[in-house]
Design a protein around this ligand. Structure first.
Ligand SMILES: *Cc1c(COP(=O)(O)O)cnc(C)c1O
Length: 463
């Protein structure tokens, strides 16, 4: 089982099980429809099947793989399944999976340039490539993080550094105010809590009929806080909100932020990837004025979890907020970027590798074609639902998301969702829009085909 010299699995076994696993993955990707998309188990079911303590002696890979298939897999909800329409539908593409495999093999830590020059420089290169594909300012500093939640935390801390430089030494004053809309992702409010801004200093600005932040309400709230002696310092606008994929009026919000000295963070975690498609680039109008910006290639760019790109025009503020030089981390590499100085994390995975694989394998045109097809299928489903008098489309279908409900009411809509998911064939999720229960159908998996969406429509329509 274990090689005496390397103390690891013998190379011949690694090759054999590696080939077996790649063959399994190829089969899985070829037809994920053989699995029910939603795990069919109750809380605790899996834990009861697993021993309470780890094995004293090593076990054979053959047994471990067998348990993976028989015990673990039934408790897996298949995100990489063409019938996964809950939350946001995402994809782990084959080139991304291969890149991830190499990342694990190299096990490089991208904390310093010196700790792995390739990891740092490929990160710099790929974040610049994505900026170019999105048509955003090439001068922006970018880095790869695990999540949009951590990106906005870094943005808030940098904005805090600008508004109250003394906060690094002695903590924030409690007078800083941040602005989000009623539909901004909860990660922004969480970040404000973590950064010591205080939850009561986060204002939730009203939205219009299409769930977009109302700029005049933002202006009003800022003036009101200024009149009360508070310090407005940060606002978050969204390209593709989580509930309905609304796009806030970024140009107008940026003008208000500029006039009042607020840091503007644009959350494009889900929606900004569509900027790769030339006819959708308008979603990003005004984003070039932002102070910071996030997009998650692990959502709509076919890259496996996790890969979140964080950009800012103020890298020096990030450094002033985060840099602490420990003696054992000092290096002499003039001109090099040491990414650990620009954020919270010291240890950083070599995530650029999988992003590079995906970008090179698909190319911009290939990626745009995949996104276009998701948009087309979402629009198709939106038309079917909109034309059926039993249903009501609750938000315009602009990206890969269809929000609808039964006109009868909340109880009936909930029952419809229970029935769709109960079939085991499809997985949809819900939100509340205008105070009413709404079903969300996300379309975005690379393997979702027209026939899948037609089958889903049959499932919805037979209610
Ligand atoms: C998914 C999402 C987030 C959270 O992203 P994480 O990377 O999971 O932290 C934030 N904002 C929006 C608009 C999202 O769609």
């Amino acid at each position: 089982m274990i090689d005496e010299h390397s103390r690891d699995m013998p190379a011949a076994d690694f090759r054999r099980y590696g080939q077996q696993l790649i063959a399994w993955i190829a089969e899985y990707l070829n037809d994920p429809r053989q699995y029910p998309v939603l795990a069919r188990c109750q809380p605790g079911d899996l834990r009861r099947q697993l021993p309470a303590t780890g094995p004293q002696r090593g076990e054979s890979m053959a047994t471990i793989l067998q348990d993976f298939e028989q015990v673990i897999l039934p408790a897996v909800t298949h995100w990489n399944h063409p019938h996964f329409h809950a939350y946001f539908s995402i994809s782990s593409s084959a080139p991304g999976i291969l890149g991830e495999l190499l990342t694990a093999a190299l096990d490089a830590n991208a904390m310093l340039w010196k700790s792995c020059p390739a990891a740092t420089e490929l990160e710099q290169t790929t974040v610049a490539w994505v900026l170019d594909w999105l048509g955003l300012p090439s001068a922006w500093f970018g880095m790869i993080l695990d999540s949009a939640s951590n990106a906005v935390l870094q943005a808030i801390v940098a904005a805090r550094q600008r508004a109250e430089p003394q906060s690094r030494a002695s903590g924030p004053s409690g007078r800083l105010v941040a602005y989000v809309s009623e539909h901004t992702h909860s990660s922004v409010e969480k970040a404000a809590i973590a950064a010591g801004i205080g939850q009561s200093n986060v204002r939730h600005i009203a939205v219009d009929a299409a769930f977009r932040m109302r700029p005049e309400a933002l202006e009003q709230a800022i003036q009101c806080d200024l009149a009360n002696g508070l310090t407005p310092f940060f606002a978050a606008a969204t390209v593709g909100t989580t509930s309905s994929t609304a796009v806030d009026p970024i140009e107008e919000i940026a003008a208000i932020c500029g006039a009042n000295g607020l840091w503007l963070h644009v959350d494009g975690a889900y929606g900004a990837s569509f900027g790769v498609v030339p006819e959708c680039r308008h979603f990003l109008n005004g984003v070039g004025h932002a102070d910071s910006f996030v997009v998650n290639p692990h959502k709509m760019m076919m890259v496996p979890l996790d890969c979140s790109l964080f950009y800012t025009r103020h890298p020096q503020l990030l450094r002033s907020a985060f840099s602490l030089e420990a003696e054992y981390l000092k290096t002499d590499a003039p001109g090099a970027v040491d990414y650990m100085d620009y954020g919270l994390a010291l240890g950083r995975r070599f995530r650029a590798l999988k992003l590079w694989f995906v970008m090179r394998c698909f190319g911009r045109d290939g990626l745009a074609a995949i996104l276009r097809e998701s948009l087309r299928m979402a629009a198709w489903l939106g038309e079917r639902i909109g034309a059926d008098e039993r249903f009501e489309l609750v938000a315009p279908v602009i990206m890969g998301l269809v929000c609808f409900r039964l006109r009868q009411g909340d109880a009936e809509t909930k029952e419809l969702m229970r029935r769709i998911n109960g079939s085991g064939r499809h997985f949809v999720s819900h939100t509340v829009l205008d105070g009413r229960f709404t079903i969300r159908v996300a379309i975005g998996n690379i393997r979702t085909e027209q026939r899948d969406v037609e089958e889903l429509w049959d499932n919805i329509a037979k209610s």
